[in-house]
Design a protein around this ligand. Structure first.
Ligand SMILES: [Fe+2]
Length: 148
């Protein structure tokens, strides 16, 4: 792809969102207390490790289509619709945050699925499709955990 893509901003917004989400997950992992400690401490770790891989895949996808990924935390904070969370020790608050963050990420990914499909950008489209499928599954699990 030679010309500037029209959805670089959306990709960078998604990257920024995952970066803030990553740090939020670390905060949940560190601060969880109570009876759900062992279960959630591990679950948060699994999620932040997965999020790190997604961050790298997204940034390198942006480079692969000839664009520049945002790379500073000040840019991430300016760009991400997902805000930094307050410190919490509560498991239900943490899981509810994850569900809402994943819904925001899904919303962005569905827009990108559409525009990358229209642009015949199969690589980015396939990445979005994988992220959407994965999140739909984990959202079902978080809802089940919250008994929703
Ligand atoms: Fe740890």
């Amino acid at each position: 792809m030679e010309k500037a893509t029209t959805y670089t901003e959306e990709l960078n917004q998604l990257l920024a969102s995952y970066q803030i989400h990553y740090q939020n997950l670390r905060s949940l992992h560190w601060n969880i207390k109570g009876q759900g400690f062992f279960e959630l401490h591990l679950k948060y770790e699994e999620l932040y490790n997965r999020t790190l891989v997604i961050v790298d895949d997204l940034a390198e996808r942006i480079l692969s289509i000839g664009e520049t990924p945002l790379s500073s935390f000040s840019e991430y904070l300016d760009t991400s619709p997902i805000a930094e969370i307050e410190l919490t020790h509560d498991g239900a608050t943490g899981v509810a945050y994850i569900l809402s963050a994943q819904e925001e990420l899904l919303k962005q990914e569905r827009v990108l699925l559409q525009v990358t499909g229209d642009a015949d950008d199969e690589g980015t489209n396939g990445l979005m499709s994988d992220l959407i499928r994965e999140k739909e599954k984990t959202n079902w699990m978080f809802k089940a955990w919250l008994n929703k």
